[in-house]
Write a protein that binds this ligand. Sequence first.
Ligand code: MAN
Ligand code: CA
Length: 368
Amino acid sequence: MDQALYFILLHIALCSVSECVQRQYHHITDRKTWIEAQKYCREKYTDLATIDNMNDMNELNKSLKHGGFQYVWIGLQKTSCNKWQWSSGEPALYLNWGYKQPDGKDECAFMRDGQWHDWPCAKSQTVICRSSNNTLIFVSQTKNWRDAQSYCRQNHIDLVSVRNHNENQQVEKFMSDSHTPNDVWIGLFRDSWQWSDQSASSFRYWSAGEPNNAGQGENCAVITLNTQGQWNDVSCTNQHPFVCHEDKLILIAKNLTWSEALRYCRQNHVDLVSVHSEEIQRGVMNVVKRASTEAVWLGLRHSHILGIWFWVSGETVCYQNWAPGNGTSEEDCEHTVRSGAVQSGGNQRWISRPETDELNFICSRYEE
Ligand code: MAN
Ligand code: CA
C-alpha cells in the first residue's frame, strides 16, 4: 500500500475550520526588555506578536494568562522613518499631493479635487472604501480616519488605495459623479511604527491619547490589560511579559521530491500542508509568494488503486482549488505517482505533478 495512503488510517482531522488560525499567540509571563523578548520569540516561535486586525486582537486577548501585570509587549517598535503607506499595507509609490502638501505633521490624507492633503487623523470626514469587486463605495457619515478604516474593513475591503494616475482619475470621477463633499478620507497615512517580523500590517489599536512618547523615550508598544488590550507606547528597556506568535504555515525553500518533502515536514514540523478550507488556501497564497519554484508541494496525493486524490492529513478533498484540467484521474495509466502542488504565481491553483519533481513545499504546524 502507498505509504502516504496508509497514514490516512492513522491521522484524524487536524483542526476544525474555525480553529485553523494562521497564527497562534503564546503569552510568556517572564519579564524581559523588548529586545530580550524579541530574541526569545524568534528562538522559540516565529517572532514577537504581529496583529493584523480585530480578529487577531481578540485571539491574542484570549491567549493572555492572568497575573499581576499591567503591560504586555507586542512586536511593534518605532523606527526613524516615517513613510506614507496605504491602509492595505502597500507602500505609497505613486503620490499626488496638492500644492505645498503635505504641509503639516499630520498623519492621514484626504482627497480634494483629485489632489491629496495631509490632515489630523482625529478629524472627521466622509469616506471612500473599496469593495471586493473593486468598486468604490461612498460613506456619507463622517468618521475619524481610524474609524473609517475599521468601517471599510468590516463592511467592504479597506479604505481606497490610489496606486497610479488611472486610479486617481477613477476616484476623482467617482466623487464628481456621486456629488460627494469636497474632502473625503483615502487610505493614505504615515507613522513610524514597524512590526518586528517586517510585516506590513497597518492595524493600530492605541488607547486614547497614545502613543504620547512620554518623557521622549517611548519607542516600543505594549497592550494594556486595563483598557481591553488597547495599546500604549513605553520605554523599550522596561521589563514586561510578552506575546509571541507562531506561524502555522511555513514555506521551505528547498527543492525536494514529494516524498522527501513529506518526510522533512514530519521530522521538523508536523506535516505537509493539507488545504481543506478556503481559509488555509488564503494562508498558502500568502506564503507561496516567497517560493523559488513555480509550483510548491502540498500534502495532496493521488491513489492509483482507489483512483482518488486525498490529503495526507486524512481530510477528504471537499474544498477544491484545481487549475482547469487537473485533479481528475486520467493520469492513472502513467507509471509515476502524481502528487499535488500549488502554483506560486498567477491564480495559485492546484496542479498535478509527477512526485519525482523537485519543488519547494509548505509544512504545517497544526497539531492534531
Ligand atoms: C502613563 C501615560 C502613558 C505612559 C506611561 C509611562 O500611563 O502617560 O502614556 O506611557 O505613563 O509609564
Ligand atoms: Ca505612552
